[in-house]
Design a protein around this ligand. Structure first.
Ligand code: HDE
Length: 726
């Protein structure tokens, strides 16, 4: 009778390491070549004489340079720019009625995860703050194998069918003749494509909203986007959509700020994630699921398989089933963040895919792209990609194979290997695909149920606050303002007018053009002559919901200042009490405080206490902070009031609607700002809560107001009326 394999392949390969003779001598200190030779001189190449040519015989130099020559691998074709962290997932309560996945059935277990966030369009070295969708890819290392939710921070997508993905990406990437612009969609080819793809309108609303310029990777939602399936022990299926809800709320920066951050610190998000984890302020998200019984598949006014649609939370509530915590930064960016390979086809028993035609296409793509990026099918053996569950199969060899398989049997069925490894029955944890009934014609088309392209775009726009709506309009003015081709702008205006006529009109006024008349006719006429109108024309559907609260960031969590960065503007002679009282109050709530001064080095306070200054107006900027405080102190105040960089810092913070607080003794500094002329000089609590500007003698009391204001994030009411030149 066949017996089970006792040891897995990786353990077998360790046997070699145990007997490795070098181990005996290794004190870990000496520099060596890759074949273990200790290097005696790492400064000079081998030459024919002191001033002679380098000898080809110098195998040490050659090895070093050859390795260096090959240090780069192709970057991801999309999502090249990314940052990642390790952590764990913990389930709140088992949901066995929906899925048999052990991950979602065992509480008290910390399932390890590795999460990579990314932008989509930019290259590896591009700015974090591009207006773009953010990737949100989670790898769960479960006992049943790796499970990946390879999602985004926006719950819908530009296109409905994988067939259009290369076109979309070609359109958004830098234009091929001159490789301009980097990491941005504000150019002709992107909008040309969009203007011909009405199905993109819902996603365009999200991408033009503040969701596309997050304040932090820790302050954005994540979505699985597609509808997936849960399968329970009885084999019953439920449809499921995945949501990641950040416990710090969903917050963004403003577009002007995003562009400036790109220059001041292109690694803004990467650094923010890194520093939060290093400081112990671990980012957390709750995992939410929207469950739809199989019987309700056709109950909605949209198709569950259409990835340009959400299930509004008002229709199906999001149940929070667990929490993910990121608590460890990678040890090595390349080995982990760069080499990690996600795949929506990495499933575990109890979770399965649906016929969403975008998801189906993704299933072909990911392994294929890993092959060109990581070079061989053995990328699964790279430590970051290895499952924690054992791997036994008859796949062998290939470039860079790590596993040393023992024995002579690499086929199945066999008797020589005792029959191992065996197939697992479903009851033994074997994966079985959901036996969905298929009875149809082979056909290349789009389902009619996918042809509503505007109702959810409208729902999204209508659900936004006034400030959010005006940001969408501003973003469209910016993007289309960069488009050179008039006909493209006009076609986009036609599509926008079908989302909201006021929105389209506002953009048209800015562009100085009018929305073309006879919209219906022009819309059809603008599509390729050979296009199937059934595919390109949209049916008019009205959403039964007017608004969805969950779609507006205005309704997010606003009760914490944990990890918010506050700049305290100081110069020699600062009042140490005014500074320290505020600093400790902010830090007690988890705020991060930086002293920013005209120059670096030690700074002496009014009572000669010394403060160490690590940030100056030259090395930092207001766009890198969430709020600003100006303490008192006669000399400090006089210096700052006469320092244009300090005034710029404050004016710019005001422009970006950030909370500003000042000790009354620092009034002179505020008096010099452009915005102070626009504000009343009395700062009541009510006014502070409306404007975010606080001032007072009692710093303890002031800090209370300031903290509440920082937690509110931004004060949009003053954005348009309080516009300042900064
Ligand atoms: Fe991806 N996508 N994608 N995608 N995707 C990749 O795989 C692809 C789509 C997403 O941090 C690539 O390893 C196709 C939707 C994330 O490593 C590639 C289609 C969503 C990441 C690929 C889509 C995503 C990728 C490039 C349409 C949200 C980064 C490098 C059919 C649900 C993962 C790689 C990471 C990466 C293909 C559409 C999310 C080329 C063909 C929709 C977060 O395989």
């Amino acid at each position: 009778m066949a017996k089970k394999i006792e040891k897995n392949d990786l353990k077998d390969s360790k046997k070699i390491a145990d007997i490795e003779p070098a181990k005996k001598y290794d004190d870990g200190e000496f520099l060596t070549t890759n074949h273990g030779l200790r290097i005696n001189d790492n400064q000079n190449s081998l030459k024919s004489g002191e001033r002679g040519g380098t000898l080809i015989e110098d195998f040490i130099l050659r090895e070093k340079i050859h390795h260096f020559d090959h240090e780069r691998i192709p970057e991801r074709i999309v999502h090249a720019r990314g940052s990642a962290a390790h952590g764990f997932f913990e389930l709140y309560k088992p949901i066995g009625q929906y899925t048999k996945a052990r991950l979602f059935n065992e509480t008290g277990v910390k399932t390890p995860v590795f999460v990579r966030f990314s932008t989509v369009a930019g290259s590896r070295g591009s700015t974090d703050l591009a207006r773009d969708v953010r990737g949100f890819a989670v790898k769960f290392y479960t006992e049943e194998g790796n499970y990946d939710i390879v999602g985004n921070n926006i719950p819908v997508f530009f296109i409905q069918d994988a067939m259009k993905f290369p076109d979309l990406i070609h359109a958004v990437k830098p234009e091929p003749h001159n490789e301009i612009p980097q990491a941005g969609s504000a150019h002709d080819t992107f909008w040309d494509f969009i203007s011909l793809m009405p199905e993109s309108m819902h996603m365009i609303m999200w991408a033009m909203s503040d969701r596309a310029i997050p304040r932090s990777l820790r302050m954005m939602e994540g979505f699985g986007v597609h509808t997936f399936r849960f399968i329970n022990n009885e084999g019953a299926s439920h449809f499921v959509k995945f949501h990641w809800k950040p416990l710090l709320g969903v917050h963004s920066v403003v577009w002007d700020e995003a562009q400036k951050i790109s220059g001041k610190n292109a690694d803004f998000h990467r650094q923010d994630l890194w520093e939060a984890i290093e400081s112990g302020a671990f980012p957390e998200w709750e995992l939410g699921v929207q469950i739809v019984p199989e019987a309700d598949e056709h109950k909605f006014e949209f198709d569950l398989l259409d990835p340009t649609k959400i299930i509004p939370e008002e229709l199906v509530a999001v149940q929070r089933i667990g929490k993910m915590t990121l608590n460890r930064n990678p040890d090595n960016f390349f080995a982990e963040t760069e080499q990690v390979a996600f795949n929506p086809g990495h499933l575990i028993p109890g979770i399965d895919i649906t016929n969403d035609p975008l998801l189906q296409g993704r299933l072909f793509s990911y392994v294929d792209t890993q092959l060109s990026r990581l070079g061989s099918h053995n990328f699964q053996e790279i430590p970051i990609n290895r499952p924690v569950s054992p791997v036994h199969n008859n796949q062998r060899d290939g470039h860079m194979r790590q596993t040393i398989n023992t024995g002579r049997v690499s086929y199945e069925p066999n008797t020589l290997g005792g029959g191992c490894p065996f197939q697992a029955k479903a009851s033994e944890g074997g994966f079985t695909s959901f036996p969905e009934r298929i009875d149809s014609h082979k056909i290349r088309t789009r389902s009619k149920s996918f042809l509503d392209h505007f109702s959810q775009a409208k729902l999204f726009f209508n659900s936004q606050s006034d400030a959010e709506k005006s940001h969408i309009i501003d973003a469209l003015c910016f993007e289309l303002g960069k488009v050179q081709t008039l006909a493209i702008r006009e076609r986009v205006l036609i599509l926008l007018s079908r989302v909201d006529i006021g929105l389209a009109a506002a953009v048209a006024v800015y562009l100085g053009i009018s929305i073309p008349k006879n919209q219906g006719i022009q819309l059809n006429g603008s599509f390729p002559a050979d296009a199937d109108p059934a595919t390109y024309q949209s049916a008019e559907v009205k959403s039964s919901l007017e608004r969805s609260e969950a779609l507006s960031m205005e309704n997010t969590i606003k009760n914490t200042i944990l990890t918010r960065r506050v700049a305290v503007l100081v110069a020699d002679g600062v009042d140490e009490k005014s500074l320290n009282d505020m600093k400790s109050a902010l830090e007690a709530e988890g705020g991060v405080v930086d002293l920013v001064a005209p120059k670096l080095g030690p700074l002496s306070a009014e009572d000669n206490t010394e403060f160490s200054i690590t940030k100056s107006f030259l090395t930092t900027a207001s766009v890198l902070y969430d709020a600003v405080y100006v303490p008192g102190g006669t000399n400090s105040v006089a210096t700052l009031a006469a320092e244009p960089d300090a005034l710029h810092f404050l004016n710019e913070a005001f422009k970006h609607c950030k909370p500003i607080a000042a000790d009354t003794a620092a009034l002179q500094v505020l008096d010099e700002t452009y915005f102070s002329r626009k504000l009343p000089k009395v700062f009541t609590e009510k006014e502070v809560m409306m404007t975010g500007i606080a001032m007072g003698d009692d710093v303890k009391q002031l800090s209370g107001l300031f903290i509440k204001a920082i937690a509110r994030h931004r004060f949009w009411d003053r954005e348009k009326p309080g516009k300042v030149p900064a």
